[in-house]
Design a protein around this ligand. Structure first.
Ligand SMILES: [Zn+2]
Ligand SMILES: [Zn+2]
Ligand SMILES: [Zn+2]
Length: 141
């Protein structure tokens, strides 16, 4: 689907900033607002940071982008949505990678007790050291 088709399929108006943000996110990765703004500005002459926040909010509410916010890191956005994948985050440098969910649909973990809550998601974040940080640590020894 093209960006225009994606937006229309969710009942969103097609605008140049929305298309540009979708394009940037489609490049993959988990991007901070700052990075998204810089890349969008290479495509569009002028767009404010606030406009980017507005676009990201609309895309996230429409299920076209996903917002993640690992502890100690600014919010990041990605285009990979709808598969309930999880993330592994490096404690050293903050690098983030996708980890497929073994179950695939939320919530993939059943709480031992839910206290009457209707649980619809389990947020799973794996923490550790990425390969680069492991090498750096080994070199420091
Ligand atoms: Zn690292
Ligand atoms: Zn991800
Ligand atoms: Zn899972």
């Amino acid at each position: 689907m093209t960006g225009e088709e994606l937006l229309r399929s969710r009942g969103l108006r097609v605008t140049r900033p929305r298309l540009a943000v979708l394009e940037v996110l489609a490049g993959g990765g988990h991007l901070e607002v700052e990075e998204i703004t810089q890349r969008v500005r290479r495509r569009l002459d002028s767009v404010s940071t606030q406009a980017i926040y507005d676009v990201l909010g609309a895309l996230s509410r429409a299920g076209l982008s996903r917002r993640i916010e690992p502890a100690g890191s600014p919010a990041r956005y990605e285009a990979r949505v709808g598969d309930n994948h999880h993330h592994v985050v490096c404690r050293g440098c903050g690098e983030i990678a996708d980890v497929d969910c073994a179950v695939g649909s939320a919530p993939c973990l059943d709480p031992v007790a839910a206290y009457g809550f209707e649980v619809d998601e389990a947020e799973v974040t794996y923490w550790g050291l990425c390969p680069n940080c492991q090498l750096r640590r080994a070199a420091d020894r």
